[in-house]
Design a protein around this ligand. Structure first.
Ligand SMILES: Nc1ncnc2c1ncn2[C@@H]1O[C@H](COP(=O)(O)OP(=O)(O)O)[C@@H](O)[C@H]1O
Ligand SMILES: [Mg+2]
Length: 235
């Protein structure tokens, strides 16, 4: 049986500041297909286009040209408002510095993505509770996010990316500011999420990510172009 493709990019280009003196061609004729359930590492030097590629996959903006279908929707055909709805339903983001609000409780940080969706407060709390238990931080539920450890913060950021049961998880250089113990722990959680059926894309030049046994595929990004390699090639 053919695999379900969650991400299908065809001849995707992204040009910032088109037609101006500071025009940048950030992506050039990118073809990329990712099947549901894959764990992929986008690897490449700074400025190569990884974050731009992740933004297109993440439905933050459509490509300047080419075709991008994410979870069965062609981005170019979606008006902005629907792109936002599609993003909220489909994608969980994990940011490099986690982007948590230190004064808010752990629970309130986790349920933040549910607020624009009008999910009733009781249901928000129930979902947060399930994820906090699953990630082993239930005892931190009412703590301000500014008062918990780095490892706990990482779990809160992951829980927030899962709160709407999104099928696709995107993480942009998640280990850039983590020590090796927390980086290992991060990848162990990603491996568990993959086993639970999530599709995950991680940008990184950290070998600890690219060479992790749970990674199915490393996609090299160079000057806005991509090329595939099997993870074995990096051993
Ligand atoms: N919002 C933007 N406006 C203009 N140029 C940008 C913008 N974002 C990224 N770029 C440029 O696009 C290229 C790719 O950047 P980026 O996708 O952030 O690469 P990476 O994540 O691999 O470091 C770089 O030359 C960068 O300077
Ligand atoms: Mg980047």
């Amino acid at each position: 049986m053919a695999k379900t493709m969650l991400i299908e990019l065809e001849q995707v280009n992204k040009i910032y500041n088109r037609g101006k003196a500071n025009e940048v061609r950030a992506l050039r004729d990118v073809d990329l297909r990712v099947a549901a359930g894959e764990l992929v590492c986008l690897k490449g030097p700074s400025g190569s286009g990884k974050s731009t590629l992740l933004a297109i996959i993440g439905c933050v903006f459509p490509p300047s040209s080419g075709r991008a279908a994410i979870a069965g929707r062609q981005l170019a055909r979606l008006p902005d408002r629907f792109l936002t709805i599609h993003r909220r339903e489909t994608i969980g983001f994990i940011f490099q510095r986690f982007n948590l609000l230190p004064a808010l409780s752990v629970r309130d940080n986790i349920i933040l993505p549910l607020l624009p969706l009008g999910v009733p407060p009781k249901e928000c709390r129930r979902r947060a509770r399930v994820l906090l238990e699953r990630l082993g931080i239930a005892h931190r539920e009412n703590f301000p996010a500014g008062r918990i450890s780095g490892g706990e913060l990482q779990r809160v950021a992951i829980a927030r990316a899962l709160i709407n049961n999104q099928p696709l998880i995107l993480a942009d250089e998640p280990t850039a500011h983590l020590d090796s113990r927390l980086s290992h722990e991060f990848m162990a959680i990603m491996a568990e999420l993959k086993a639970a059926g999530k599709t995950i894309i991680i940008t990184s030049h950290d070998p600890l990510v690219a060479e992790h046994p749970a990674i199915d595929r490393v996609v090299e990004v160079h000057d806005g172009r991509v090329g595939d390699t099997a993870p074995e090639d990096h051993a």
